[in-house]
Design a protein. Structure first.
Length: 248
Protein backbone atom coordinates (compact mmCIF):
# COMPACT_ATOMS: atom_id res chain seq x y z
CA UNK A 1 0.00 0.00 0.00
CA UNK A 2 1.80 3.06 -1.32
CA UNK A 3 0.18 5.56 1.06
CA UNK A 4 -0.05 3.55 4.26
CA UNK A 5 0.16 5.86 7.26
CA UNK A 6 -0.25 9.02 5.19
CA UNK A 7 -2.95 11.66 5.53
CA UNK A 8 -4.49 13.54 2.62
CA UNK A 9 -7.00 16.28 1.90
CA UNK A 10 -8.87 16.39 -1.42
CA UNK A 11 -11.07 19.32 -2.41
CA UNK A 12 -14.08 18.93 -4.69
CA UNK A 13 -14.18 15.32 -3.55
CA UNK A 14 -17.90 14.62 -3.62
CA UNK A 15 -18.02 13.71 -7.31
CA UNK A 16 -15.99 13.01 -10.43
CA UNK A 17 -12.23 13.29 -10.40
CA UNK A 18 -12.01 14.36 -6.76
CA UNK A 19 -14.08 11.41 -5.58
CA UNK A 20 -11.86 9.00 -7.52
CA UNK A 21 -8.69 10.57 -6.11
CA UNK A 22 -10.00 10.16 -2.56
CA UNK A 23 -10.98 6.58 -3.36
CA UNK A 24 -7.55 5.64 -4.73
CA UNK A 25 -5.73 7.36 -1.89
CA UNK A 26 -7.84 5.39 0.55
CA UNK A 27 -7.23 2.12 -1.27
CA UNK A 28 -3.50 2.78 -0.97
CA UNK A 29 -3.85 3.12 2.81
CA UNK A 30 -4.20 6.87 3.33
CA UNK A 31 -6.60 8.50 5.75
CA UNK A 32 -8.52 10.96 3.56
CA UNK A 33 -10.46 14.12 4.27
CA UNK A 34 -13.03 14.97 1.59
CA UNK A 35 -13.92 18.66 1.22
CA UNK A 36 -16.92 19.85 -0.77
CA UNK A 37 -19.98 22.08 -0.47
CA UNK A 38 -22.43 19.50 -1.90
CA UNK A 39 -23.61 18.00 1.37
CA UNK A 40 -25.71 15.20 -0.08
CA UNK A 41 -23.06 13.97 -2.52
CA UNK A 42 -20.28 14.42 0.05
CA UNK A 43 -22.14 12.39 2.65
CA UNK A 44 -22.89 9.65 0.10
CA UNK A 45 -19.31 9.47 -1.13
CA UNK A 46 -17.84 9.37 2.38
CA UNK A 47 -20.18 6.56 3.43
CA UNK A 48 -19.33 4.61 0.30
CA UNK A 49 -15.61 4.85 1.02
CA UNK A 50 -16.12 3.77 4.60
CA UNK A 51 -18.00 0.67 3.49
CA UNK A 52 -14.82 -0.25 1.58
CA UNK A 53 -12.78 -0.01 4.77
CA UNK A 54 -11.25 3.36 3.87
CA UNK A 55 -10.55 5.91 6.60
CA UNK A 56 -12.65 8.71 5.12
CA UNK A 57 -13.63 11.95 6.85
CA UNK A 58 -15.91 14.64 5.42
CA UNK A 59 -15.76 18.42 5.75
CA UNK A 60 -18.65 20.47 4.40
CA UNK A 61 -16.88 23.59 3.15
CA UNK A 62 -17.54 26.44 0.73
CA UNK A 63 -14.03 27.04 -0.60
CA UNK A 64 -14.91 30.59 -1.61
CA UNK A 65 -15.22 31.47 2.09
CA UNK A 66 -11.78 31.88 3.68
CA UNK A 67 -13.08 31.45 7.21
CA UNK A 68 -14.64 28.08 6.38
CA UNK A 69 -11.43 26.82 4.79
CA UNK A 70 -9.35 27.94 7.76
CA UNK A 71 -11.77 26.35 10.22
CA UNK A 72 -11.81 23.03 8.35
CA UNK A 73 -8.03 22.77 8.12
CA UNK A 74 -7.66 23.79 11.76
CA UNK A 75 -10.03 20.99 12.75
CA UNK A 76 -7.97 18.49 10.76
CA UNK A 77 -4.74 19.72 12.33
CA UNK A 78 -6.35 19.30 15.74
CA UNK A 79 -6.43 15.56 15.04
CA UNK A 80 -3.09 15.19 13.23
CA UNK A 81 0.12 17.25 13.32
CA UNK A 82 0.20 17.86 9.58
CA UNK A 83 -1.25 16.65 6.32
CA UNK A 84 1.06 14.70 4.05
CA UNK A 85 -0.79 15.42 0.81
CA UNK A 86 -3.09 18.21 -0.39
CA UNK A 87 -4.94 17.92 -3.71
CA UNK A 88 -6.54 21.14 -4.92
CA UNK A 89 -9.11 19.67 -7.27
CA UNK A 90 -12.22 21.85 -6.84
CA UNK A 91 -13.30 23.72 -9.95
CA UNK A 92 -16.13 25.27 -11.94
CA UNK A 93 -16.29 25.66 -15.72
CA UNK A 94 -19.41 27.50 -16.93
CA UNK A 95 -19.45 28.10 -20.69
CA UNK A 96 -20.10 31.63 -21.89
CA UNK A 97 -18.83 33.95 -24.66
CA UNK A 98 -16.37 36.49 -23.27
CA UNK A 99 -18.53 39.49 -24.19
CA UNK A 100 -21.37 37.97 -22.16
CA UNK A 101 -19.25 37.37 -19.05
CA UNK A 102 -20.07 39.78 -16.29
CA UNK A 103 -17.42 40.72 -13.76
CA UNK A 104 -19.28 38.87 -11.03
CA UNK A 105 -19.06 35.58 -12.94
CA UNK A 106 -15.44 36.22 -13.89
CA UNK A 107 -14.45 36.72 -10.26
CA UNK A 108 -16.51 33.75 -9.08
CA UNK A 109 -14.84 31.35 -11.52
CA UNK A 110 -11.38 32.61 -10.54
CA UNK A 111 -12.35 32.28 -6.88
CA UNK A 112 -13.34 28.62 -7.19
CA UNK A 113 -10.54 27.54 -9.53
CA UNK A 114 -7.62 29.60 -8.26
CA UNK A 115 -8.25 31.37 -4.97
CA UNK A 116 -9.60 28.21 -3.32
CA UNK A 117 -6.30 26.48 -4.10
CA UNK A 118 -4.42 29.42 -2.58
CA UNK A 119 -6.53 29.29 0.59
CA UNK A 120 -6.09 25.57 1.15
CA UNK A 121 -2.38 25.71 0.35
CA UNK A 122 -1.84 28.69 2.64
CA UNK A 123 -3.49 26.82 5.51
CA UNK A 124 -1.50 23.58 5.20
CA UNK A 125 1.96 24.87 4.27
CA UNK A 126 3.04 26.18 7.71
CA UNK A 127 2.78 22.71 9.26
CA UNK A 128 4.50 21.16 6.24
CA UNK A 129 7.35 23.64 6.63
CA UNK A 130 7.68 22.72 10.29
CA UNK A 131 7.86 19.02 9.44
CA UNK A 132 9.98 19.72 6.35
CA UNK A 133 7.81 17.41 4.32
CA UNK A 134 4.72 17.59 2.13
CA UNK A 135 3.15 17.02 -1.27
CA UNK A 136 0.76 19.48 -2.92
CA UNK A 137 -0.99 18.65 -6.19
CA UNK A 138 -2.99 21.16 -8.22
CA UNK A 139 -5.55 19.95 -10.75
CA UNK A 140 -5.42 22.38 -13.67
CA UNK A 141 -6.71 21.66 -17.18
CA UNK A 142 -5.42 20.85 -20.65
CA UNK A 143 -7.45 23.84 -21.82
CA UNK A 144 -4.56 26.01 -20.62
CA UNK A 145 -2.32 24.45 -23.30
CA UNK A 146 -5.03 24.17 -25.94
CA UNK A 147 -7.12 27.29 -25.42
CA UNK A 148 -10.88 26.96 -25.86
CA UNK A 149 -13.45 29.63 -26.58
CA UNK A 150 -16.24 30.42 -24.13
CA UNK A 151 -13.98 29.43 -21.22
CA UNK A 152 -11.76 32.49 -20.87
CA UNK A 153 -12.28 32.84 -17.12
CA UNK A 154 -11.75 29.12 -16.50
CA UNK A 155 -8.67 28.84 -18.73
CA UNK A 156 -7.17 31.94 -17.13
CA UNK A 157 -7.62 30.49 -13.64
CA UNK A 158 -6.29 27.06 -14.61
CA UNK A 159 -3.28 28.65 -16.29
CA UNK A 160 -2.60 30.62 -13.13
CA UNK A 161 -2.46 27.31 -11.23
CA UNK A 162 0.48 26.28 -13.42
CA UNK A 163 2.28 29.49 -12.50
CA UNK A 164 1.37 29.02 -8.85
CA UNK A 165 2.88 25.54 -9.01
CA UNK A 166 6.17 26.69 -10.49
CA UNK A 167 6.74 29.67 -8.25
CA UNK A 168 5.77 27.92 -5.03
CA UNK A 169 7.93 24.90 -5.89
CA UNK A 170 10.95 27.22 -6.12
CA UNK A 171 10.11 28.79 -2.77
CA UNK A 172 9.28 25.67 -0.77
CA UNK A 173 11.81 23.23 -2.18
CA UNK A 174 14.25 24.00 0.64
CA UNK A 175 11.65 22.60 3.04
CA UNK A 176 11.31 19.35 1.09
CA UNK A 177 7.79 20.28 -0.03
CA UNK A 178 6.89 19.09 -3.51
CA UNK A 179 4.42 21.13 -5.59
CA UNK A 180 3.18 19.65 -8.86
CA UNK A 181 0.28 20.08 -11.24
CA UNK A 182 -1.86 17.83 -13.43
CA UNK A 183 -3.64 19.02 -16.57
CA UNK A 184 -6.43 16.53 -17.33
CA UNK A 185 -7.85 16.32 -20.82
CA UNK A 186 -11.46 15.48 -21.67
CA UNK A 187 -12.41 13.23 -18.76
CA UNK A 188 -15.49 11.01 -18.71
CA UNK A 189 -17.42 12.27 -15.66
CA UNK A 190 -21.00 13.03 -14.70
CA UNK A 191 -20.31 16.69 -15.42
CA UNK A 192 -19.38 15.99 -19.04
CA UNK A 193 -22.92 15.01 -19.92
CA UNK A 194 -24.03 18.54 -18.97
CA UNK A 195 -21.56 20.36 -21.20
CA UNK A 196 -20.85 18.11 -24.19
CA UNK A 197 -22.74 15.83 -26.54
CA UNK A 198 -21.56 12.24 -27.19
CA UNK A 199 -20.48 13.39 -30.65
CA UNK A 200 -18.34 16.19 -29.20
CA UNK A 201 -16.71 13.77 -26.76
CA UNK A 202 -15.98 11.31 -29.57
CA UNK A 203 -14.40 14.10 -31.61
CA UNK A 204 -11.88 14.73 -28.82
CA UNK A 205 -10.91 11.06 -28.76
CA UNK A 206 -10.13 11.31 -32.46
CA UNK A 207 -7.65 14.09 -31.65
CA UNK A 208 -5.91 12.03 -28.98
CA UNK A 209 -2.96 9.73 -29.62
CA UNK A 210 -4.60 7.09 -27.39
CA UNK A 211 -7.94 6.21 -28.91
CA UNK A 212 -9.92 5.77 -25.70
CA UNK A 213 -11.67 7.95 -23.17
CA UNK A 214 -9.66 9.39 -20.30
CA UNK A 215 -11.41 8.49 -17.04
CA UNK A 216 -11.06 9.76 -13.44
CA UNK A 217 -8.92 6.73 -12.59
CA UNK A 218 -6.24 8.02 -14.98
CA UNK A 219 -6.01 11.26 -13.01
CA UNK A 220 -6.22 9.52 -9.64
CA UNK A 221 -3.33 7.16 -10.42
CA UNK A 222 -1.16 10.12 -11.36
CA UNK A 223 -2.09 11.76 -8.05
CA UNK A 224 -1.07 8.61 -6.18
CA UNK A 225 2.32 8.75 -7.92
CA UNK A 226 2.79 12.44 -7.10
CA UNK A 227 1.60 11.90 -3.53
CA UNK A 228 4.08 9.14 -2.69
CA UNK A 229 7.83 8.75 -2.31
CA UNK A 230 7.99 7.49 -5.90
CA UNK A 231 7.90 11.13 -7.10
CA UNK A 232 10.44 12.53 -4.65
CA UNK A 233 12.65 13.80 -7.48
CA UNK A 234 9.85 15.83 -9.08
CA UNK A 235 8.62 19.33 -8.24
CA UNK A 236 7.35 22.36 -10.12
CA UNK A 237 6.14 20.20 -13.00
CA UNK A 238 2.90 19.97 -14.95
CA UNK A 239 1.88 16.49 -16.09
CA UNK A 240 -0.54 16.24 -18.98
CA UNK A 241 -3.03 13.37 -18.64
CA UNK A 242 -5.06 13.65 -21.81
CA UNK A 243 -4.30 10.59 -23.92
CA UNK A 244 -1.80 12.53 -26.04
CA UNK A 245 -4.22 15.24 -27.18
CA UNK A 246 -1.86 18.15 -26.46
CA UNK A 247 1.90 17.77 -26.18
CA UNK A 248 4.18 20.38 -24.64
Amino acid sequence: MLMAGKTALVTGAANGIGAEIAHRFGQEGARVWLLDKDESALNRQTKQLRTLGIQAEMCLVDLTRPEEVASAVAAIHHEIPSLDVLVNNAGADPRRPFLEMGEEEWLRVLDVNLNAAYRCTRCVVPQMVTRRKGKIIHISSVTFHWGLKHLTHYVSAKGALVGFTRSLARELGEFNIHINCITPGAVLTEREAQIATPEQAAAVVNLQSLQRRIVPLDIARTCVFLGTDWSDGITGQTINVDGGWVMH
